[in-house]
Ligand binder design. Structure first.
Ligand code: ADP
Ligand code: MG
Length: 310
């Protein structure tokens, strides 16, 4: 039953492109565009699980919490991640439902997904994931005193809250996702990397990387293909530098060597390549990274970068 099961990960830019204000109209437009790209794949193979990022949306919510009137309680980061799963789950399932046609079109459901992380993960000693607003140094110091937030200078300028990005160990809803897929449904899962909980099922204030979480889910449901869609045509060596070279088909050992040479920075291409390596190593399947605008050609391996076993 697990044959040809494909995990498709949508980048945050699929929902909120750079420079967009994030109005509901804009979001519907961009998500519908993404949905149209996926329809071609789904019509050929409906055994699909869709995952998505949530960076802009979780930042928006945390910012909204910051601006609540005095006395109104703020919600925690794990609850904010859960809210983005509902928000984007709605946009994606509704858009897909509208663009798919025919009498036997698949059912679609979004599953609120929790992902287990370890309290001993070194990420808790070194939070790296920027979320929310930008502050001056003075404001940042005040927030650290008053709320205990860890603040770091963002490379773009200003100070921002950083939260830990621990490694996803286990997707708690993997079995239920698998049974929905086996019943013929298209499932949206591990949104925003999943809601982090620890070994004792205590909620954790962190944001898990969505590419690593997608690979984890793919391994647990027995997928044979991972497709990571973003805003570049694939993976490049010397990206943005002289000697830039875009990769087509790459063997596992070769991409590991490039990874060790430092071609893929943390926080952007790094986790995509790491997720691909983990997926291919564990499943013997193929992991592809490519542009959302060319989703079907990436699926057919006519565009994008493809990490293959061997
Ligand atoms: P997403 O929201 O889809 O997860 P990210 O910003 O996390 O997107 O990652 C995609 C970005 O990675 C691209 O926009 C590109 O600027 C950057 N990038 C960094 N290194 C590379 C590389 N070696 N090859 C291709 N893109 C790279
Ligand atoms: Mg990313």
């Amino acid at each position: 039953m697990s044959n040809n099961l494909t995990i498709i990960a949508l980048g945050g830019n699929a929902i909120l492109p750079k420079g967009a204000r994030g109005t509901p109209e804009e979001q519907w437009r961009t998500v519908e565009k993404a949905a149209l790209q996926l329809v071609e794949i789904i019509e050929e193979n409906p055994r699909v699980i869709i995952t998505h990022g949530n960076g802009p949306q979780v930042g928006y919510l945390v910012e909204a919490f910051e601006n609540l009137p005095p006395g109104k309680p703020r919600q925690t980061l794990d609850i904010a991640v859960a809210m983005t799963q509902g928000w984007l789950g709605y946009l994606i399932t509704h858009s897909l439902d509208r663009v798919l046609s025919g009498s036997n079109k698949p059912r679609i459901a979004a599953v609120v997904t929790r992902v287990m992380v370890s309290r001993r993960d070194p990420a808790f000693q070194n939070p790296t994931k920027f979320i929310g607003s930008y502050y001056t140094r003075e404001e940042a110091e005040k927030l650290t005193r008053e709320r205990g937030w860890v603040m770091k200078p963002d490379p773009r300028g200003g100070y921002r809250r950083v939260v830990p990005s621990p490694k996803p160990l286990k997707v708690l809803e993997a079995e239920v996702v698998k049974s929905l897929v086996d019943s013929g449904a298209i499932v949206v899962a591990v949104g925003g990397g999943g809601i982090p909980v620890d070994e004792n099922l205590e909620p954790v204030e962190a944001v898990i990387d969505k590419d690593l979480a997608s690979a984890r889910l793919g391994i647990e449901v027995g997928a044979s293909r991972l497709i990571i869609l973003t805003d570049v045509p694939g993976v490049a060596l010397n990206y943005g530098k002289p000697g830039e070279k875009w990769l087509g088909r790459v063997m596992l050992d070769e991409i590991k060597k490039y990874y060790a040479e430092g071609h893929f920075p943390p926080g952007s291409m790094g986790p995509k390549v790491q997720a691909s390596i983990e997926f291919v190593e564990a499943t013997g399947g193929v992991a592809s990274i490519g542009s959302l605008g060319e989703a079907y050609r990436v699926y057919k391996m006519e565009a994008g970068t493809h990490i293959v076993p061997g």
